[in-house]
Each structure stands twice: as structure tokens, then as C-alpha cells.
Design a protein around this ligand. Structure first.
Ligand SMILES: [Zn+2]
Length: 377
């Protein structure tokens, strides 16, 4: 006999909703939430399905955030079980999206069902913001919906993202912030020529080497716990025609920084330009800003409540981390929402044989319910 959470997770996991497709998942979610008294808004943007649902009109608003899209399966034949036929084996549920993150969505919904049955007149409001564009460009998903909510002054105070935040045990780690991301596309300009006549050419490789070495070695900051030090990594570098007797005309390099709140994009850009100029490089440099860094401090009532509740339910204190890639939490944070990510163990996400332990799924439901009780009962 499947629990409500497991049954709902399987229902969602059967749908092959590879980004940007939702495949009808959000209709299933909307139906369950409407039955609980949530007001439902379907807010599609271009190809993307988005769902915003809210129960209550009062502050504070606790918003559960998540996505119904999943990453592609990779080689289907490499899977132990077909990736869109959710299968339980040895108390483990296998399917694409089992950890990232349809199980979390199922747990959020059944947690709300239990909570609302116990506390039909709870304080504040509960909301859901679900998109089908988290694993893709993420332009027409959460970001676009929040823009609409901001225009209506409906930005939630707290956001719980169900991404797989845990390492070895459920909720041993919660994400309370993320580093920022900044990419530089650099072109060093020289003058092409014959290697036998260097006086008639200008070699951009020779010109670039000292400057790039200095950029790579630069210490941006020492980090600020829980943020590690800012890191710059060159990702690609290319120059040359393939021939061994030609000095190339240009060198192209790109690099990415993951930066802590101790360092600003403005400082990074200024410093790198100064290094290039100091070495006499003629260059073109374009920048692409990814997410800004954000951080919800441990003193916040939200983080304290989530941390205490984890300790009460599971018997250990979660580590507060800012590691890992980006999530839609960054979009909420830009509007001043306090954000925390609490979800399943991340070991199998995006992999062949993605899975979640069935006991972990039930514990996650209990945890989400307990967080609701602590904040809104
Ligand atoms: Zn995800």
C-alpha cells in the first residue's frame, strides 16, 4: 500500500516532462491544491508552464518553490528500470525526477494536506510557485512569475525550495545562500604574421601569458563563512591557425568566477581590466552576469525555525551551506525574500538511475509538515 506522498510522486514521475515541458504535472498539482482551498493561477510565459497557488490573504506568506521539468534521461538502456516508469526496488524509488525534484513537490503537497486538516484556520498564507523551466534557461519561469507578483506587491516573505540539498542523510545540509556567477569573454588582439618575421607581427599569445597568469593568481577575497573564497577559473583558451609557421592574429579566452558577497562584479571587472592594461594588451572583453550572490543569515526567524524543526524531527542540526550550483531561490532573494533550500539527498540527481529512498520521502513529508506547524500553526 503506497502512502499518499509516494502515490502522488509516482503519478508525477510517470510524466516525461523534460524541460521545457510540464506534460500536465501542474494540472495534477493544481487539482490537489484547489481541493485544499488554494486559489490557482496558471501563468504560462512563451513555452513555459508556471503555476502560482495561494491559500490565505495574510502575511507572512510561506511559499514552496519547485519545478516539474526534469533533465533528459541519457541512454535509456543504461537505466535499471525505464526512467518514466517509477519503480520501487529495495525500498528505493527509481525514476527521472525522483530526487530532482518531483518527490519534493509530492511531499510539499501532502504535507499541506495534513497541515490544513489539523489547522484549517492557520495564520499567514501558504503559496506554491512551480515552473517547468528550472533546468533550462530559467527566463520564463520563476523569474517571470516573480516579476508579475512584484508588480502586484505579492512577493512572499519566506521561500522554501525543495531542491536536493542533502548530502548523506536527509536535511543534514540546508542551503542558505548561493555564490554569484560572472563570466568573461576575452579577446586579445595581435597581428598575424610569419614566425620568421616576428618584427612584422604582434604575437597575442606572448602578450597574453603574463596578464592571464596574473589574473589566474589574483586573490579576490578570503571568503566569509559560510561562503568559500571567490574563485576564478579559465574554462577555454584558444589561439593559432593550426599551422606551425604562423603567428596568430588573436587569442580568445573565457573564464568564470563564483564569487562571495565579499567581492562585487564591479570590482572584478575593474581589476581584470587594470591587469590587462598594465600588460599593454589590446583587448575586447564582454561580461555575462549569472546570479547575484545571496544569503539568509542564521539569525533570521525562518532559518532558525527550519533548523530547529530539522533537529526536532531528525535528531541532528543541519549544516548551513552555500555550495553547489544555482537554483530558482536566487530569483526570490532579489526581492528580499528569505530563502532556504531543504530537499532530498543529492547523490543521484541528473544521473542514470536517479532515485530516492522511500523512508526518506516519508520523512521529508513529515519535515515539511513540521515546518508549516512551526511557522504558521
Ligand atoms: Zn532541481
Amino acid at each position: 500500500m503506497k502512502s499518499n506522498t509516494l502515490a502522488l510522486a509516482c503519478q508525477l514521475l510517470e510524466i516525461p516532462s523534460i524541460t521545457p515541458n510540464d506534460g500536465g504535472c501542474q494540472n495534477i498539482i493544481a487539482k490537489r491544491l484547489a481541493a485544499l482551498g488554494f486559489e490557482i493561477e496558471h501563468l504560462p510565459v512563451n513555452q513555459i508552464s508556471n503555476l502560482f497557488a495561494v491559500r490565505g490573504k495574510e502575511q507572512p506568506v510561506l511559499c514552496f518553490a519547485g519545478h516539474t521539468d526534469v533533465v533528459p534521461t541519457g541512454d535509456i538502456n543504461a537505466w535499471r528500470f525505464p526512467p518514466f516508469t517509477p519503480t520501487i526496488d529495495n525500498n528505493t524509488l527509481f525514476a527521472r525526477g525522483a530526487a530532482d525534484m518531483k518527490s519534493s513537490i509530492a511531499a510539499m503537497i501532502t504535507a499541506c494536506e495534513r497541515f490544513i486538516q489539523r489547522y484549517p484556520h492557520h495564520r499567514g498564507s501558504i503559496a506554491f510557485l512551480i515552473t517547468s523551466d528550472e533546468e533550462g534557461p530559467a527566463l520564463d519561469g520563476t523569474q517571470a512569475v516573480l516579476k508579475q507578483l512584484a508588480a502586484q506587491q505579492r512577493i512572499p516573505q519566506w521561500c522554501l525550495v525543495g531542491e536536493a540539498s542533502s548530502n548523506k542523510q536527509l536535511a543534514d545540509t540546508i542551503k542558505v545562500g548561493r555564490r554569484g556567477s560572472l563570466t568573461g569573454y576575452l579577446k586579445i588582439i595581435g597581428k598575424q604574421g610569419h614566425v620568421a618575421y616576428p618584427e612584422l607581427a604582434m604575437n597575442p599569445i606572448h602578450h597574453a601569458m603574463a596578464a592571464l597568469a596574473e589574473i589566474a593568481a589574483f586573490t579576490w577575497d578570503n571568503g566569509a563563512p559560510p561562503f568559500p573564497a571567490t574563485s576564478l577559473q579559465f574554462a577555454n583558451i584558444h589561439a593559432g591557425t593550426g599551422a606551425t609557421n604562423v603567428i596568430p592574429g588573436t587569442l580568445e579566452a573565457n573564464f568564470n568566477l563564483r564569487f562571495s558577497p565579499e567581492t562585487t562584479p564591479q570590482f572584478i571587472q575593474k581589476t581584470i581590466e587594470e591587469i590587462l592594461q598594465k600588460h599593454g594588451c589590446e583587448y575586447q572583453l564582454e561580461w555575462k552576469q549569472g546570479g547575484k550572490p545571496f544569503y539568509t543569515p542564521p539569525q533570521s526567524q525562518f532559518i532558525q525555525s527550519v533548523s530547529h524543526t530539522i533537529e526536532k524531527c531528525l535528531g541532528y542540526c543541519p549544516e548551513h551551506a552555500t555550495s553547489g550550483g544555482t537554483s530558482d531561490g536566487r530569483f526570490f532573494a532579489e526581492y528580499g525574500t528569505e530563502v532556504v533550500e531543504v530537499g532530498p539527498i543529492n547523490a543521484s540527481i541528473h544521473q542514470i538511475d536517479e532515485c530516492i529512498n522511500v523512508t526518506e520521502l516519508e520523512q521529508l513529508t513529515e519535515l515539511y509538515e513540521a515546518i508549516l506547524v512551526d511557522l504558521l500553526a
